[in-house]
Design a protein around this ligand. Structure first.
Ligand code: SF4
Length: 298
C-alpha cells in the first residue's frame, strides 16, 4: 500500500483543497483532541505508532511521484505527534521530500516543528506551515486537546516560523458551539495570530461524528445539552452532523471579519461558503508556498 497517496477528503462534497498528495509518518495521534475526525475511521487512533517499513515504502513512492508535486504532512494525524520527538521520521521525510524538489505543506499543533527550523529555512521557498489554535484559553484547550502543546506554545511556534521567513497559516478550527465560540475571544485569538506574523487564517465549525460528539458531551457537561441540540437541529453533510447553515455562516463571518481587520487572508474548510474566501488563498495554506511579506501586501 502506498505511503504517499493522493489526498482523499473522505468524500466530503464541500472540500475545496487543491490536488495534492499526503504522507503520514504515523498512524494515529497522541494529541487526543476530543473533536478529532480521524478517530472515527482508524483503530486505536489515540495510540500513535510509526508506519510499518516507513523508509522502504517512502523511497519507493518518491521515485513514482511527479516532479514538483505538493505533499502535505499530514491530514489525518499530526506529523509532530509525541513519538516524533524520539523517532524523527517526520524530520527525515521532510528533508527527503524537500531535497528532491517537492513542495511541502506541514500541518501541526505542535511546537516540536521548531526543532526542524533548519530544514524548513533551507527550503523556505517550497514550504508552508499550518498551526492549529482553537482558543487562547489554556483551561479550555487542556480539556479540548489534552495531549497537545498549550496555545501559547503554538503561538510562539507561529511567531518563530514567521519571523524566520517560513510562511504560516493558523487554523482556528474547529469552532465548537458553547465551548470556544465566544466572538470576542475569537477576535482576540485572530489578533494574536496576526501579531505572531501569520499570513492567513482558515476556520471551520465542528462537524460531529458519534464518537467525537460523545467525548465532547462528557468533557463539557455544563453545556452538553446545548451542544447536542445545536447538532440535532443542524444538517447532514457527507456522513457528518453539521450546525445549521445560518449558525455556521455567523461563526465564519466573525472570524473572517477579525482576520481582514488584522490584515490576514481568510478561508474556510468544508463549510460551503466560497464567497468568504480571500481571492487567491487556498483553504489549506498551499497558496502561501513561495510567498513572503504580510498578507495585506500580497
Ligand atoms: S492533532 Fe489532529 S489528528 Fe491529532 S488528535 Fe488532534 S485532530 Fe486528531
Amino acid at each position: 500500500m502506498r505511503l504517499v497517496r493522493p489526498f482523499d477528503p473522505w468524500r466530503s462534497p464541500l472540500c475545496t483543497c487543491p490536488a495534492k498528495y499526503v504522507l503520514h509518518p504515523y498512524t494515529g495521534c497522541g494529541h487526543r483532541c476530543l473533536y478529532c475526525y480521524a478517530s472515527s475511521y482508524i483503530r486505536d487512533f489515540f495510540s500513535p505508532r510509526p508506519k510499518e517499513e516507513f523508509w522502504r515504502r517512502l523511497s519507493r513512492d518518491l521515485e513514482l511521484l511527479p516532479a514538483g508535486s505538493l505533499v502535505e504532512l499530514s491530514t489525518s494525524s499530526d506529523p509532530y505527534t509525541p513519538p516524533e520527538e524520539r523517532l524523527s521520521l517526520t524530520r527525515r521525510a521532510l528533508a527527503e521530500l524537500l531535497g528532491r524538489g517537492f513542495r511541502v505543506l506541514v500541518t501541526t499543533k505542535s511546537s516540536l516543528v521548531l526543532r526542524d527550523l533548519d530544514v524548513l529555512l533551507k527550503y523556505r521557498d517550497r514550504v508552508a506551515v499550518t498551526v492549529t489554535i482553537t482558543t487562547l484559553d489554556e483551561r479550555v484547550a487542556a480539556a479540548l486537546e489534552p495531549g497537545a502543546p498549550a496555545p501559547a506554545e503554538r503561538l510562539r511556534a507561529v511567531s518563530v516560523l514567521s519571523r524566520s521567513g517560513v510562511p504560516t497559516l493558523v487554523r482556528v478550527d474547529p469552532v465548537v458551539p458553547h465551548v470556544n465560540d465566544d466572538p470576542s475571544a475569537l477576535e482576540r485569538l485572530v489578533e494574536q495570530v496576526s501579531r505572531a506574523g501569520a499570513l492567513q487564517v482558515t476556520s471551520s465549525t465542528y462537524k460531529a461524528r458519534p464518537d467525537s460528539l460523545s467525548r465532547l458531551l462528557r468533557a463539557f457537561p455544563e453545556v452538553a445539552p446545548r451542544i447536542a441540540e445545536a447538532y440535532r437541529s443542524g444538517e447532514r453533510v457527507g456522513g457528518y452532523a453539521y450546525l445549521r447553515r445560518s449558525a455556521r455562516y455567523e461563526y465564519m463571518k466573525t472570524v473572517r471579519e477579525a482576520s481582514l481587520r488584522a490584515g490576514l487572508a481568510f478561508n474556510t474548510c468544508r463549510e460551503g461558503f466560497p464567497e468568504l474566501a480571500t481571492r487567491g488563498f487556498n483553504c489549506d495554506g498551499s497558496s502561501l508556498i513561495g510567498r513572503t511579506g504580510s498578507a495585506a501586501t500580497l
